[in-house]
Design a protein around this ligand. Sequence first.
Ligand code: HPA
Length: 270
Amino acid sequence: MEKIVKNIVNQIKSKIDKAPDIAIILGSGLSDIANEMSDKVVLPYDELNGMPKSKVHGHKNQFIIGNFEGKTIIAMQGRFHLYDGFSAKEAVLPIYIFKELGIKTLIVTNASGAIAKDLNAGDIMLITDHINHTGQNPLIGGPIIDYGSQFIDMTEPYDIEYRNKMLDIAKNLNIDLKQGIYIQFIGPFYETKADIKMASILGADSVGMSTAIEVECARQCNLKVLGLSLITNKAAGLGENKLSHTEVLECGKTASKNLVILIREFIKNI
Ligand code: HPA
């Protein structure tokens, strides 16, 4: 897979003038940032030899490279989920692409369901830590590209300096930024009430179907990670509604404005 990554990186490099500084993975319904980038180059995954292809409704399946607040950003619209049938290694392939492009900072965003009582649909949660509850991990059998260390420290996968910066930014902008632990389930079912009770006992504040495995690789690649989660619903059994993907996408659209503002300020300041 190392060869596939390097080949994709060469294809991307041949289509852009300036190497990107920062990568952003855009979660379900969180595409707004891409609209605000200038001098954009759009690279559909279909046109890059070797890229896995996502099948989920609401994802565009492309990289967008462009300028945002004076920095060159590569945004990923459409990620690779385990529930699509991708292996853990396929799902994290883009992390190695980012690393090989020379990126040092990764911003991961996602949509998640609230487990903690003080979280509600429309809130933004700064991810402080995660639990990988997928039963899979992308480093088993060795990483796609070995950068020297087999046993990765995961004491603070979400960079403390970045978290503090984001908290300061939110405070200055008067945006209510929650904090919490994200748990990744494999999906594609939404969880049962019993799953959510368990996740709550385990210490999780919100639940989704991505991110933890990506951040595991990002740390192996020594990328500094900022994680932000848009709360789109109360997790199973904690709200009045049944869970639907349409609801998740709709909430993503309306509540993502503040998320864009926060990310814009963050990028300006790093
Ligand atoms: N569970 C899992 N994934 C999700 C949820 C949820 O409640 N909301 C958004 N993504």
